[in-house]
Ligand binder design. Sequence first.
Ligand code: ATP
Length: 218
Amino acid sequence: MIAAGPIGIVGGTFDPIHAGHLNMAREALRQLGLERVLLIPAGAPWQRIPQASAQDRLSMTLAAVNHSNILRVDDREVRRASPTYTIDTLLELRSEYGTQRPLWLILGADTFLNLPTWRRWQELLLHAHIAVACRPGYSLTDGNMAPSLKRELVQRGTSAAQVRGPAGAIVTLDIPPMEVSSTDIRAAIAEHRPAGDLLPPPVLDYIESHQLYQTGGS
Ligand code: ATP
């Protein structure tokens, strides 16, 4: 008997959180039969400097899910003083959920292709499955994948229905590509172009009331 269902994990800078993140989380819930998805804003991401503060990015993520029990915000990386490494978060979650609970790390294709630059990336698959959502401009089939990642994909790639056990599989989610990024949203706001279609209304309200992204950034 399965005591408890699989847990999804969507980490991100969420600068700001947008429709692409939420669509990926909801589709993963449905396609992987997850019990819930944890949205984990990065506190101090080690590969970039966010434009909004960690506290604002956390607040926007909370506003986006509006007390949902299924999409839950986990603030552990914002509370962590040191730079954010996913392997540390995953090890914490694995010890909290026990060895048998399936954990799913949910990534956009751009992030998946970047995995070989992550600290101890191959260990991630010892503790979680990986689900990949397609993203316009990023393909998992052309020649732009690091050979080490390609080997993992060939060995571990499967369909959601075939996955057994708590960790170790790689599955591609069947999601229509969504042309939205935090970069585009920040630029739209700085240039006073409409961005409301790409953001949950409470996130747009938060951005406006806190005057975030008024000046262009990276
Ligand atoms: P930025 O434009 O600032 O780089 P972003 O839009 O890529 O931000 P992140 O917070 O860096 O957002 O992404 C968090 C996770 O969500 C990553 O795994 C990323 O690949 C994924 N993601 C973001 N936008 C999309 C999208 N439109 N479709 C699929 N995955 C996405």
